[in-house]
Write a protein that binds this ligand. Structure first.
Ligand SMILES: [Zn+2]
Ligand SMILES: [Zn+2]
Ligand SMILES: [Zn+2]
Length: 473
């Protein structure tokens, strides 16, 4: 234990000051972000912007609120210009003896975090909405303002949301904001308009003027000359000669004197050096730097960039939990609410106290939901969940029920059958699911994990559910 200053103690990478613990991160390679969960705040000790951005992203994009809402400070007080980092840290320190100055800020954030009740969400969109609104609540931000950002594939970043998306997936933020606004979480205001590739929704493009005939950008431009005395109009090239740099009219052979007096240049003409086509107006094309598709500008997808203000309903949802978007519920028929499932499970366990029977609960977990949901988009995601439920439904008895524990874990009951039978039915369901998803979502590999737990009347329904899903990744 090393004493740095009054009340500040350091042991390895843990610093303690008046009951507040700080986890100091110095190297990317030695870092297991999950370790930060046991400490009140994080100090990032480094000068390299890339390193700092990586750490900040890993913390803020974590799925566990105890990590993504953690107070984070930069230790070296370096001048960071990356707006993503600046928006996602809580302050900077120049040295460890300044820790007393941030104690209040840390406590403020921790108090706010304690007010928040966390529930599970059934869809990826709902999870993302929760991440934004809880972060805003925790940091007392009333408005989420988009920032023009060179590292963004959609040209603007909303740090608390955008940090969750990798390169090429960022356009997913638009449907999340649209849904949240539709559900009354935000009100919005116009900020700007952007244009995205019609094929891959990327916003980084190279704009060029091209030949309307062959699309080549290899062209030269010439002035058009109007000779007043004879009325001839033609490109400058027609007026030049090989001897000197004077201009002579090809029609009346007079030498041109003064622009504005005997001739003028009313416009320009372009000549394609690829196909020799002459034209007055270019086409404008936008080549996508991501998929290389050459979009004509009329094809580009236009999106409005808005700033979002948290409503009272949004604040309520941040504090009390937000499980589903309106769309999620509407679209997944054949399921019951997780709470309802828990109640039914409790009764089944009670019933087993009096009878000899065997009952089970089963879980199907999708291993890589973010990967899938970001690839297939929210519409297909709902479709996929519906398909999953439909298939499961048609393979179990009507008395059994299905619920979502979250958007990647489906829990169902298989009461009054031996565990062996439940396991066999579940295995059969997985085979069908895998076959269906393989054809429906080509190129996206979906990995399932499954588990069956036989009900034991000596343990609680909560422990059953815990045991059922605790080993899933
Ligand atoms: Zn051409
Ligand atoms: Zn002339
Ligand atoms: Zn593209």
């Amino acid at each position: 234990m090393e004493q740095i200053e009054n009340n500040i103690e350091q042991q390895n990478n843990i610093i303690t000051f008046k009951g507040i613990t700080f986890y100091v991160i110095e190297h990317l390679d030695s870092l297991n972000i999950n370790e930060t969960i046991n400490y009140h705040a994080v100090l990032i000790n480094g000068k390299d912007e890339l390193f700092i951005r990586q750490i900040v992203k890993r913390i803020r994009s974590h799925k566990n609120p105890n990590i993504y809402l953690k107070p984070v400070f930069l230790l070296k007080g370096v001048n960071i210009i990356d707006p993503l980092i600046n928006q996602l840290i809580d302050g900077t320190l120049f040295s460890l003896d300044q820790i007393p100055f941030i104690k209040k800020e840390v406590e403020k954030i921790l108090t706010k975090n304690e007010e928040i009740q966390f529930t599970r969400q059934i869809s990826f969109e709902a999870q993302m909405i929760v991440k934004i609104i809880t972060y805003m609540y925790s940091r007392e931000m009333s408005t989420l303002t988009p920032i023009p950002y060179y590292n963004s594939d959609v040209n603007y970043t909303y740090p608390p949301l955008s940090v969750n998306f990798g390169h090429t997936e960022e356009y997913a933020i638009f449907s999340i904001f649209e849904q949240a606004e539709y559900d009354g979480i935000f009100t919005s205001e116009f900020v700007d308009r952007i244009y995205l590739c019609s094929q891959c929704s990327n916003g980084r493009m190279s704009y060029r003027e091209v030949c309307p005939k062959c699309n080549s950008s290899n062209s030269k431009t010439d002035d058009i000359i109007h000779h007043f005395p004879c009325g001839y109009v033609g490109p400058m090239n027609d007026f030049t000669n090989e001897i000197d740099d004077e201009l002579d009219c090809p029609k009346c052979n007079k030498r041109l004197r003064h622009i504005g007096v005997d001739y003028d240049k009313p416009s320009v003409i372009h000549e394609c050096l690829n196909c020799s086509h002459r034209f007055q107006d270019y086409f404008v094309k936008a080549k996508c730097l991501s998929c290389h598709h050459d979009n004509s500008v009329e094809q580009l997808k236009s999106k409005v960039i808005r700033k979002y203000k948290l409503t009272q309903k949004g604040i309520y949802a941040a504090v009390n939990g937000f499980v589903t978007t309106s769309k999620d519920i509407e679209e997944i028929v054949g399921t019951v609410k997780y709470d309802t499932f828990k109640t039914m499970l409790k009764y089944e366990i009670e019933r087993l106290k009096q009878t000899e029977g065997s009952s089970n609960i089963c879980a199907i977990h999708i291993n890589n939901p973010n990967e899938i949901y970001s690839v297939i988009g929210s519409e297909a995601q709902k479709g996929m969940l519906k398909d999953l439920v439909r298939i499961i439904r048609s393979n179990i008895r009507s008395a059994d029920v299905i619920t979502f524990q979250n958007s990647s874990t489906i829990v169902l009951s298989m009461y009054e059958i031996p565990k062996k039978s439940a396991t066999r039915i579940l295995a059969e369901i997985i085979v069908i699911l895998e076959r269906l998803l393989k054809t429906a979502f080509k190129g996206v590999e979906i990995q399932f994990e499954i588990n069956v737990v036989q009900l034991d009347y000596k343990i609680s329904h909560e422990l059953h559910l815990h045991n059922l899903t605790k080993d899933f990744t």
